[in-house]
Design a protein around this ligand. Structure first.
Ligand code: GDP
Ligand code: ZN
Length: 384
């Protein structure tokens, strides 16, 4: 995921011009109300030569720097930029939908030099990115600056492995939904999503849904003992379990993920009835489409915070991780790592392994250890 190489500058050069303008002209009338500041865009071009130099050096230095670090380095060059603040809520063709402080959404282009500096990703900006935008004298809305990203959820592009696809940025919670029954609870799947959350530096919340069908105590206890927030829910509006989850997520930007049929859409509708989202249905439809789309969309939720609907998390996978990453991102396993004889111990067949000893004594849950082994020995078998 993060360690992809390859800069491919100028791919979309041929696509500029009249089409783009007409698109903007179309949007302009719609979004006049969202105009926060009329400015002379040339002001923002004063630093263009320096930025162009930096952009050129980006193309030449294919350092393999991870996308998050590169994004934040580019964002730092914009320290003095002016403009109205907004958040990327979606992407439509060549335009970004920016939601401003008043909750209005407007269609923006990204300043060309910024785009050039952010090659190597499928799309330079991701849903959740905080930006600043201005209006040119013609009234076009242009993203002129980026704010630092706290985190991102990314994976290699399915068509071009050298490209990284950042599906969302500045995510506060990855809500991992599993059902206690129908479909059968698979703790190994929860562990895989936990791994994706840790790898991308996003805090996870475990939701065990359909608690009206069976008790979830054992699973809930196991994940609570590991320090995770766990909610046992029934996807019914105003159910106490739904209220508790709503309170946990209030004011945060969240992504829901989990197997199909576990009740993600039902839960989201119970949490936020006014949203009237067909989240799962939309995502499934997109995933099954011929041209698998990973278009994410952010929806503001009542009481603050946002829900990012993205079909891409399941494809995120863990295939890009090194086995040692996995060992260190299982907090319960990592806690014993220091006591193993080998510093690069993978806790499989090595002698004097403190992790295996802890599994024997019950200090590490055996199911967690087995899901770890299956990831390292099966999911990552090719990379070893
Ligand atoms: P998604 O694919 O994860 O979005 O799942 P859906 O929200 O479409 O739900 C799948 C099925 O599970 C539907 O028939 C729902 O009515 C049902 N379902 C969802 N939540 C619950 C729940 O808490 N209890 C029970 N018994 N059924 C539920
Ligand atoms: Zn070990």
């Amino acid at each position: 995921m993060a360690k992809k190489k390859g800069s491919r500058g100028g791919k979309d050069k041929g696509r500029r011009g009249p089409q783009r303008r007409s698109g903007l002209a179309r949007q302009r009338g719609v979004h006049k109300a969202g105009r926060a500041r009329l400015g002379d865009l040339s002001r923002y071009d004063e630093d263009a030569p320096a930025l162009e130099d930096l952009a050129a050096s980006e193309h030449n230095s294919d350092s393999g720097e991870n996308v998050l670090r590169r994004f934040n380095r580019v964002a730092r060059t914009q320290a003095s930029a002016e403009g109205a603040p907004g958040t990327i809520a979606g992407c439509e063709g060549l335009f970004y939908i920016v939601r401003n402080a008043d909750g209005e959404e407007l269609s923006c282009q990204i300043r060309r030099v910024l785009k050039k500096m952010l090659t190597g990703v499928k799309s330079p900006l991701a849903v959740g990115d905080r930006v600043r935008y201005c209006h040119s004298p013609e009234g076009d809305a242009v993203i002129t600056a980026l704010e630092l990203r706290a985190n991102q959820i990314a994976r290699a592009d399915s068509h071009n492995k050298a490209l990284e696809h950042v599906m969302a940025a500045n995510v506060d919670r990855l809500v991992i939904v599993a059902a206690v029954l129908q479909p059968e609870l698979k703790p190994g799947l929860i562990d895989r999503y936990l791994l994706i959350a840790h790898y991308n530096d996003v805090e996870p919340v475990v939701v065990l849904n359909k608690c009206d069908l069976a008790a979830a105590d054992q699973t809930a206890t196991r994940y609570r003992a590991l320090g995770y927030a766990v909610h046992c829910t029934q996807a019914v509006p105003d159910h106490p379990s739904v209220k508790a989850l709503r309170a946990e997520l209030a004011g945060r930007t969240c992504i829901f993920t989990g197997q199909s049929g576990v009740g993600k859409s039902s839960l989201i509708n119970a949490l936020y009835p006014s949203l009237d989202l067909r989240v799962g249905a939309v995502s499934e439809a997109l995933q099954k489409g011929r041209h698998t789309t990973t278009t994410a969309r952010s929806h503001p939720v009542p009481g603050g915070g946002a829900l990012i609907d993205t079909p891409g998390i399941r494809e995120c996978g863990i295939s890009g991780m090194a086995p040692l990453d996995v060992a260190l991102l299982y907090p319960d396993i990592a806690a014993h790592h220091h006591a193993c004889r080998f510093t690069n111990c993978l806790h499989l067949h090595e002698p004097d392994c403190a992790v295996k000893a802890a599994v024997e004594t019950g200090a590490i849950d055996v199911e967690r250890y087995l899901s770890y082994c299956s990831i390292v020995e099966e999911d990552l078998a090719d990379g070893r």
